[in-house]
Design a protein around this ligand. Structure first.
Ligand code: ASP
Length: 325
């Protein structure tokens, strides 16, 4: 293929098709080996576990699921799984999604109560059903049928925080402008042989209106993965993320020739282009392509993205680029 200006090339639909056909199939050959890219501080522990599962013969899906389980099980993380802050009625309501970029197959659960590992229930949606998403009571019954143990997910600390919130006459609710009470674990992974998986798990916005479903359990919004192009995950204001189908948008930008970093920045710029008030939004994204190239960006330093990158056997914490002040 002749060298071309990448920006010009991105404009051309013919170029898009040619890239997909010519560049990506060779990506596996130049792959750097397993890579685990995970949002926020707890991404480091999740990556360690994912790498361990993968090293001991687990599949990439096993690795992402078990890596995310570490954070779901940790009561000190108040935004994911056990100990996640509850909805406005004091009930912990969990969302998760997992996508296998090889089979182009996703599973997700939303509004799941009493089961601390929603990512594992999402995995079972993939493995045991022809469906993609199970919600609420149906998702709970499905999980129980498969042997997941229902339990109280409120910890004494999260109950105390909810009671304090409830007792505050000036409390912020989602009938109004939200404050910051969230942070999802999102992981995008590559097995070194061209296979990609993306998963995320969250308790969503603290004190959200019961029944609210946002990006994390919506395939293409919170996660997306395609072996031929790459994978992405989003964290932040999930209602905003849903309106931009954030993760699939990032993957589509990559399909048109953008690097993961360019693709991450592009989606955030689009949010601002359509509404300049989004400059102050809580929005952060990560992306990975089959060559192991990483992208990470956030809208502003008030919502500074930290992420963990496990690559070439080393696990390091990094910061995503903040686009606006
Ligand atoms: N996106 C998640 C939600 O809105 C929360 C987060 O990622 O911080 O439910």
């Amino acid at each position: 293929m002749e060298p071309v200006d990448r920006r010009e090339f991105m404009k051309s639909m013919a170029g898009t098709a040619a890239l997909a056909a010519a560049d990506f199939p060779s990506a596996a050959a130049s792959s750097p080996g397993p890579v685990f890219l995970t949002t926020w501080e707890w991404g480091r522990n999740a990556n360690e576990r994912a790498a361990e599962v993968f090293r001991s013969g687990g599949s990439l899906l096993d690795a992402v699921e078990k890596g995310i389980n570490v954070v779901e099980d940790d009561p000190s993380v108040t935004t994911v799984g056990y100990g996640g802050l509850p909805n406005a009625e004091g009930v912990v309501e969990l969302d998760a999604a997992l996508m296998d970029g090889t089979r182009h197959r996703a599973g997700s659960v939303c509004n799941l109560h009493m089961i601390k590992n929603p990512i594992s229930v999402a995995r079972q949606v993939i493995e045991r059903t022809r469906h993609t998403t199970l919600a609420g009571q149906g998702a709970l019954q499905f999980a129980i049928k498969l042997g997941f143990q229902p339990q109280q997910l409120l910890t004494p600390e999260s109950l105390k925080k909810w009671m304090e919130w409830k007792a505050n006459p000036d409390r912020q609710t989602f009938w109004l402008k939200p404050g910051r009470n969230h942070d999802t674990i999102g992981m995008v992974a590559l097995d070194g042989q061209g296979r990609m998986v993306a998963g995320c798990s969250t308790s969503g916005l603290a004190f959200k209106i019961p029944g609210r479903v946002a990006d994390s359990s919506l395939v293409g919004c919170g996660v997306y993965a395609d072996d031929n192009v790459g994978g992405a995950s989003a964290t932040g204001d999930g209602d905003l993320m849903t309106n931009y189908c954030t993760s699939i948008s990032i993957v589509q930008f990559m399909a048109r020739g953008a690097s993961p970093q360019e693709a991450c920045e592009e989606i955030l710029r689009r949010m601002v282009k359509t509404d300049s008030r989004n400059r102050s939004a809580q929005a952060a994204v990560i992306a990975l392509n089959p060559r192991g190239e990483v992208g990470a960006a956030c809208m502003n330093p008030q919502f500074q993205l930290k992420y963990a990158l496990w690559k070439n056997g080393a696990n390091q914490m990094c910061e995503g680029k903040a686009l606006y002040e």
